[in-house]
Ligand binder design. Structure first.
Ligand code: AQP
Length: 326
């Protein structure tokens, strides 16, 4: 039997090239070697207020993005989280197993609650438990994610181990798959911060559906470090980030990337980078247009049925072990 992978993205804002290079690209590469589940995590999205109509539209748009990226629905299961109610049910079980201290230690919670004091939403606090539920329900072996999710995955492993110890062997202990390059693409406007959908400055991110002109403008405006050399160098985070993006979209070895820009300066590099990103996104953007809404709705419906079959078995097993009939 093939091992399983599970991953997901939130249907919030616009997916950016960081989401693609850190996560989606790896889902596509791994899908054939695993039994694959790719979820649109709309219940995570409501941890912050959402406009209902926009959320509905973004949910469908994200499915389109998965398909355009190359997720093959004849092979992988694509579904919407809220179509499988077991996700929320198992999350409650995990709420009863997790400790406050574990959740308080999550750096994403610390970041997102900054300045909010007692007013921070409880959804933001317990969200890692819903993520753990997503993963554990499918007895997932491997979770391809960006660097920002590493800590949540460690929590998932701890909870799975605790449940197995207290109630008997039930969950598979999942491993993260974090790509060696591209796991943390930084903002174009602030290279010490990750590129993010919720960033108020839209110039910080290249969105997957951006047109050529916007991409050229955003790259032109991207901040650079002092100095002139276009080289990989951790101590110069802006140029390091831009060159990493260039490396990933061209698929060239790092030495070749540096050699192309030796003695050329930032202006030339930025023009080449913008054109490389435009070329890279072109086939993806064309594919995105080729799926009809009705076709996507059908794919999601059949995906939810397949996902539910497994999720309901796992939840029944969990409840049985805890003395709850289902
Ligand atoms: N900058 C990034 N570089 C590499 N990978 C990234 N991921 C997110 N940002 C980067 C990975 O993309 C997957 C889907 O992410 P998500 O939809 O769960 O949202 P997120 O992690 O919360 O991403 P954003 O863009 O930063 O959204 P907001 O601003 O709403 O928090 C995940 O595997 C993630 O690791």
């Amino acid at each position: 039997m093939k091992k399983r992978i599970f991953s997901g993205a939130q249907p919030t804002g616009n997916l950016h090239i960081g989401n693609y290079l850190g996560a989606l690209k790896n889902w596509v590469a791994l899908q054939k070697d695993y039994e694959s589940f790719f979820c649109i995590v709309n219940l995570h999205a409501i941890t912050v207020p959402q406009n209902p109509e926009v959320l509905r539209r973004k949910t469908l748009e994200l499915a389109r993005i998965y398909l355009a990226s190359g997720i093959d629905p004849t092979h992988s299961v694509i579904f919407v989280q809220s179509d499988v109610p077991e996700h929320a049910e198992l999350a409650w079980v995990l709420c009863c197993i997790a400790r406050m201290g574990e959740l308080e230690r999550m750096t994403q919670f610390k970041d997102k609650s900054k300045g909010k004091g007692e007013n921070v939403g409880t959804g933001i606090f317990v969200y890692p438990l819903l993520m753990a539920s997503d993963i554990l329900l499918y007895k997932t072996h491997l979770v391809p994610v960006g660097q920002d999710q590493k800590q949540h995955l460690e929590l998932t492993r701890d909870l799975a181990e605790r449940f197995n110890r207290d109630y008997g062997e039930t969950f598979v202990i999942p491993e993260p798959y974090i790509p060696p390059v591209g796991s943390k693409i930084q903002s174009l406007q602030n290279p010490t911060k990750k590129m993010s959908k919720s960033d108020e400055d839209a110039n910080g991110a290249i969105f997957l559906l951006d047109d050529a002109d916007s991409i050229r403008k955003k790259i032109k405006k991207a901040v650079t470090d002092s100095g002139m050399e276009v080289k990989f160098d951790e101590s110069r985070p802006a140029i390091n980030n831009l060159l990493t993006i260039y490396r990933l979209v061209t698929n060239l070895p790092p030495e070749e990337c540096e050699a192309r820009f030796a003695g050329k300066g930032y202006g030339y590099f930025k023009t080449e980078l913008a054109e490389a990103i435009i070329e890279f996104l072109k086939p993806f953007q064309q594919r995105a247009k080729s799926f009809k809404d009705e076709e996507i709705v059908e794919i999601l419906k059949s995906g939810a049925e397949k996902a539910r079959e497994i999720a309901s078995q796992t939840l029944k097993e969990v409840y049985d072990k805890m003395g709850i009939n289902r």
